[in-house]
Design a binder for this molecule. Sequence first.
Ligand SMILES: Nc1nc2c(c(=O)[nH]1)N[C@H]1C(S)=C(S)[C@@H](COP(=O)(O)OP(=O)(O)OC[C@H]3O[C@@H](n4cnc5c(=O)[nH]c(N)nc54)[C@H](O)[C@@H]3O)O[C@H]1N2
Ligand SMILES: Nc1nc2c(c(=O)[nH]1)N[C@H]1C(S)=C(S)[C@@H](COP(=O)(O)OP(=O)(O)OC[C@H]3O[C@@H](n4cnc5c(=O)[nH]c(N)nc54)[C@H](O)[C@@H]3O)O[C@H]1N2
Ligand SMILES: [Mo]
Length: 682
Amino acid sequence: MWTPVACSRWRSVGLTPETSYPVNLGMACPKGWEALEVLNSEKRAHYPLLRQADGTQQRVSWDTALTTFTERFKSIQAKHGNAAVAFVSTGQIVSEEMAFLGALAKFGMGVQHGDGNTRQCMATAVSAYKESFGFDAPPYTYDDFEQSDCLVFVGANPCIGHPIMWERVLRNQKSPEIIVLDPRRTETAMASTQHLQLNPKSDLALLYAITQHLIAANLIDYDFVNAHTEGFEELAAHVSAFTPEAVSQQCGIPVLDIRRAAESIGRASAASLWWTMGVNQSYEGTRVAQAIINIALITGNFGRPGTGANSITGQCNAMGSRLWSNTTNLLGHFKFESADDRQHVAETLGIDVDRIPNEGSWAYDEIVEGIRNGEIKGLWVIATNPAHSWINRGDFRELLGKLDFLVVQDMYDQTDTAKHADLVLPAAGWGEKVGTFINSERRYGLVKKVRRAPGEALADFQIFRAIAAYWGVGDVFAEWTDPEAVFRIMQRLSRNRPNDISGIDGYQQLDASGGIQWPFSEAESQQEDAPVQQRRLFSDGRFYHENGKARLIVDQITPMPEPPDVDYPHLLLTGRGTVSQWHTQTRTENSKVLRKLYPQQPYAEIHPRDAAKLDVINGDRIRVRSRRGEVEVTAMVTPTVRSGHVFIPMHYRIVNELTLSHFDPHSHQPSYKDCAVCLEKV
Ligand SMILES: Nc1nc2c(c(=O)[nH]1)N[C@H]1C(S)=C(S)[C@@H](COP(=O)(O)OP(=O)(O)OC[C@H]3O[C@@H](n4cnc5c(=O)[nH]c(N)nc54)[C@H](O)[C@@H]3O)O[C@H]1N2
Ligand SMILES: Nc1nc2c(c(=O)[nH]1)N[C@H]1C(S)=C(S)[C@@H](COP(=O)(O)OP(=O)(O)OC[C@H]3O[C@@H](n4cnc5c(=O)[nH]c(N)nc54)[C@H](O)[C@@H]3O)O[C@H]1N2
Ligand SMILES: [Mo]
C-alpha cells in the first residue's frame, strides 16, 4: 500500500510505501516507485479516437464516441444476433468496475460471450481449486511465507515476479528448506536450498514420484486424509508406478534428489507449496496444480501457519476478475446454469431474471475461434493488449482485421491492440480512480484517487455508466452510481457464500484496517476476538464440497504437442524477464528510470554450448524460428538455461510470433512455455 507524498488536490509528486500495511510492510519494487511517472506519459490516451473513412484515427467528442459505440454494436446485434458482440477484459481494473462491466454487457447489452486476460494467467488455478476444494479459494495468507519450514516453488520465480513476497520469504526465521522446480536456474532457484532443474513439462511425473515416495516412506498424515479427503486409494494406486527410479530420466532429476525433496516436505512441521505460471500456463496445468494440492492434503499441510497449496496471483486484481467478472461464473461466483442462482442474483440486483443468460461465456480461445469463423463481428477490449499477449499473436492480429467493429478501452492509445481499433475510449488508470483490488491472499484493499486523469480520459466506471445510459439501460443500473454503491451490491451478493464480505464496514474500514481477507461475514465482524489482519482457510479441515471433503485428483500424463525435433531442435520457454518490466510494457516503457534497468532490444537466453555450436558470442544477433514465425534477437549466452532450451521474456512483442496455440483442456489457459524452435546466426 502506498501513501501519496506532498499532494495538492489531484496532483501527487511522489509515493512512499506504508510500513504498517500488512502486505508490503514498507517495502516496494521499482515498478511501484515509478507508478506515478508512467501516468504522465505523452502516450496516454487523452481523447476518444474514431477511425475515419481515410483509415486514420481522429479525435471525437465523448458524445460521438458513445453514440457510435451504441449504434455500431446494436446494428451488429440486429443483423447477426446478440452473441455476435463479445468483450475481453482484464485482471487490472478495480472489482467494482469488473462487476459493472460484466453486468452491463450481459444483463444490459445482451452480450453472451466475454472473457479476460485472467484466462492467460489464473484459469488453471481456478479449475484446479474448484474441482479439488469445491470453490476457487487460495487458502493462504502472506504470513505463511514467514511461518513455513519448507517452501516449495513450482514454476514460480518470485525474485522477479513477486519481489515483495520474496522479501517475506527472506524474513522467515526458521532457516527453511526452499525447493524450486524450474527448468531454468532462475534468481529464485539460485537462492534455493534444492533446485530440481527438471525437463520442461515433466512436473506431473516428478510430483507423482514425490507423492509415491511420501506414501512408501510412510510420511502421510492419515488422520487428516481420512477425515478430510477422498480418493486416497485411487491416488496411491495411480502413483505406485511413478517411482523416483521410473521417472528420473524423463524428468532429468537424479533419484536421490527426488527422494530428498519428498523427505523435506514429508518431515517438515509446516510445509507450503506455491505455484505460478510454470504450472498454470501448461497443456496439463490443471492436473499439475492438483498434484501439488494432493501433496499438501496427504501430508496434512492445511489450515495451520506456514502451510497450504498456494497459487500466487499474477495481475493486481486477477482475483477480482475470478469472483466478479461475470464471464465464466455468474456474478459473485454463482452458476449461470442454475435457475436458483439466476433467480437469487436477479432478486439481489433488483433486475428481471430474463436478463441473465442461462449459460456461461465461451473461453478466450473460443471467442478467438468465433472471430475466425465469423460468429463474432464486434469486440470490446478493456485493459488488455491481446495483439501482443495472446498466444500465436500473428494469427490473432489477422483475425482483428476480420471484425466489423473493434473498441479498445485503455490508458494508452498506442498499444498494439489500440492501433487496430475502430474506436478508442481513453481510460483513467490506477491512482486516478477508486475501488478495490483483491490480492493473492484474498485481501480486499482500497485503491485511492491521488491525481486527475489526463485530457478527457474517464474512469472505466464512468465509461460504463455512460454506456448504460446511451444504450438505454440506465434504469437497470440505477443503483450503480459510484464504486462504493457497487461494493455494497457485491457485499449483498456474497452473503452466506464462501467469499462472504458482508462484514466489511465499507471503504472506510478497508482503508483503516489495511485491507480485509475474504471470507469476513457479518457474524464474524461482531466477534470480539476475530483475527483481522492474517486469516487462512480450512483451519477446521472443512472444504466446500457437499461432504466437506477435498478431492484427490490424478490423471494420465499428456505428451508435449510440439516437442523439439530434427528441424526445430530447441524448446522455447517464455516468462518474466526483469523486475522493471511489466507485461506488454504499455506502462513500464514510459518510465525513464525503468527503461534504464532492462535491455531495450529483445534478447534470448541460450546455453554456452549451444552458442558455441552456432558460433555466436554474447551480444551477437540470432534468428529464432518456429513453425509460426521468425524473429531476430540478441543472444544472451548464459548457463541459466539448459542446453537445448531458449528463453525469451514475454515483454517483447516478438515472443508470441513464435508460440503455438495450445491449451489446458480443463482451464482453456494457453500453454505459453513450450514450443519447438530452431536457432541460426544472422
Ligand atoms: N516484473 C514483473 N513482475 C510480474 C509481472 C511482470 O510482467 N513483470 N507479471 C505478473 C503476472 S500477471 C504474473 S502471471 C506473474 C508471473 O510470475 P511467474 O510465474 O513467477 O513468472 P514466469 O516467468 O512467467 O514463469 C515462472 C517460471 O516458470 C518456469 N517454467 C517454464 N516452464 C516450466 C515447466 O514446465 N515447469 C516448471 N516447473 N517451471 C516452468 C520458467 O522458467 C519461469 O522461471 O508475475 C507477476 N509479476
Ligand atoms: N509468451 C507469453 N505470453 C504471455 C505470458 C507469458 O508468460 N508468455 N503471460 C501471460 C500473462 S500471465 C498475462 S497476465 C498476460 C498479460 O497481457 P496483457 O493483459 O495483454 O498485458 P498488459 O500489458 O498488462 O495489458 C494491460 C493493458 O491495460 C491497460 N490498463 C492498465 N490499467 C488500466 C485501467 O485501469 N483501465 C483501462 N481501461 N486500461 C488499463 C494498460 O495500459 C495495458 O495496455 O500476458 C500473457 N502472455
Ligand atoms: Mo499473469
